[in-house]
Design a protein. Sequence first.
Length: 585
Amino acid sequence: MRRISRSPRGLALQAVLLATAGTTLLGPSDAEPPAAAPTQERAQQDPELETAPFPRRGNLLGKTGCKECHEDMWDSIAEGVHGPVVVEDGMQGCELCHGPGAAHGDDEDNEPMLITHPRSLPAARQTAICVQCHREQILGHGGDPDGFTAAGKGCTACHEVHAPPPERADPTLRFRHRTAATAQADAVGAARCVECHPVRDRLLQASAHRTLAAGADATGCESCHGNGARHVESGGLARLITRPDRAADGIATCRSCHADVDATEFHWAGKKSPLLSKDMRCTTCHRVHQPHSALGHTTLELTPNRPRDQPRDQGVDQDTGHPTAAGSAARPARNDLCVRCHAPAYEVLRGTIHEDLADPELPVSLGCGGCHTGAEAHAASGGQRRLVDSLRGTDARHQLNRCGKCHDREPLLRHTELGSHQRRDVTCLTCHSPAAAAGDTRRDAEKRCAQCHQEVAAQFRQPNHHPVPEGFMGCSDCHNPHSARPKIRDRQLNEQTCVGCHRQYRGPFTFAHQAGRSDGCTVCHNPHGASNRRLLHQHNTQQNCLQCHADYPAFHDQTTGAVFTNCLNCHTEIHGSNHSRFLFR
């Protein structure tokens, strides 16, 4: 026999079974026979039918022994969903549910106390039988296993074991959409819903949706779940009732009452939306059957539903899939918490410089939480924005502190806090995209320079310019954006920058041009672009020189056509000379 899960819910179910059954979940031939006193529930189900307890000791009759007397029952089992129990080798057949049958087979009076009739057992005992094979289905059955137990509903209250599946009788049920059938069904009223779901109703009465509870509104449940007649008639077939948390039109269900919620971006109307998963619904964050928040929120308590494929594990809340207080210490929360709602963000980070931080197995504190502080609390709360630092809209100093946790050792970033960008509150995210491709960080950032430096961008559209627009060089080839002195209008930077490419003008010279001692090359040249050749500020050499040398000698005739109007006729070593202080050749 399979063991019940050691998860909190599995342990709770085992406790219920043990308390009710008064025995351990042993195999049919291993358990001591417990007291077989009739219960009120058994009498209500069939007052004329007694039954043997389960599990119990006894000899097995064998798989074919039951068929000799119960051929019709055997055939109906073989054709239904439980066919493998009686057909396949290795299965125990009818005695898997009815217990050892040798004594029953030898009894000519057909005494009911010699064989187990699961339909006549109390709900918890009946569950002990079905849990042998259907452990996972029972633990999360219908989303409300606790409600069925509280209502005294065993498995056979809805399921006919010896009957073909409902789809066999009505083939259309097999393919019917969860929400399509509800429009064709009649309403049954909330009171009928409470017969199987009393726990859900009690939770609803304490929630923000208390007006939809059975005592307040006769049709409350069906306003969200759709008309339930076909669901009731089918014995609780899940696909015949609406589940807004799973249905494709679940958002429309919620907006039938909450029409003021933005239909496209939910609560993000007018704001920059985060990278949210496409299949998110209202119930991804909001729990309808949830008591009002102890924090005093006017909205629902934000606790996302556990994904259907999320494994149950100790230390994890079985409704939310998030770590419990006890479980957090044993196993830190991982990035996969964030993936559930922000899957697109992980796709964006593939192949980027931050790809390693998006590993779903990485602890949140080292992954998403490394940049977004409070990520774990944000996830545990179901997405409350105030609990997580999105970094959007924060000042430059705050972003530098966050980014500096990983990038503080990079030499180019040592004096960023003193730079002109930092002083003007230009943030890291203003220039850098966290999703920049690996190896392309610089080029990606330089695409954003023109957002602020529009005048410079216009200069690059001049006929003569450095090949920045063509992609042969970038802004950071000349400027260090993280430095306290990002401009090249500086003698030291000039010597390190311009002559790095224009090596023919590199000194040292015995007689240097005095311009190199002030603003350097930019005294004569516009480094970004100009309409003049050689990027000169003025159209000809004469006009450029006269900007500084207006005190030229008297014999330098500057009238049109004079030889002295072209300074380079004599002063050929304009950038520096080792022979003449007048820069002669």
